[in-house]
Design a binder for this molecule. Structure first.
Ligand SMILES: [Zn+2]
Length: 123
């Protein structure tokens, strides 16, 4: 499973136009539908992800985060195994929360449960 694609499916593509022309050429590809920009997370070329252009009022196919500037200012993204680790940690956090709710309910019902189970009070 490609966890980078999973991340882009959840959060959207991330494109970035570096100011350096040689790096910019490596992240673009000319297509019939316009210039395609490479996603920084999954490496997919997306035609609707031109960085640095506001596309208000235009229909978009999915979410795209765009950016531009010097290459050192490009966003650092979690990819592949890091995304898998993040997903697993989140699953564990949800599992721990569910366990907390179950034990809190059990403790609460045990504290305020029927008192006759304790038997008659000693004399
Ligand atoms: Zn992507």
């Amino acid at each position: 499973m490609d966890w980078s694609l999973f991340g882009c499916a959840r959060k959207g593509y991330v494109t970035y136009a570096p100011d350096e022309p040689d790096l910019r050429d490596r992240l673009t590809a000319p297509t019939a539908g316009g210039t395609a920009w490479r996603c920084l997370r999954c490496g997919t070329f997306v035609t609707h992800g031109q960085p640095g252009k506001g596309q208000h009022g235009k229909v978009q196919h999915g979410k795209v985060q765009r950016g531009s500037g010097p290459a050192v200012a490009a966003p650092l993204l979690r990819r592949g195994k890091e995304l898998r680790d993040e997903f697993i940690l989140r699953v564990f956090a949800v599992e721990r929360f569910i366990r907390f709710v179950i034990f809190a309910a059990a403790a609460s019902s045990a504290a305020s449960g029927p008192q006759e189970l304790a038997g008659p009070a000693p004399r």
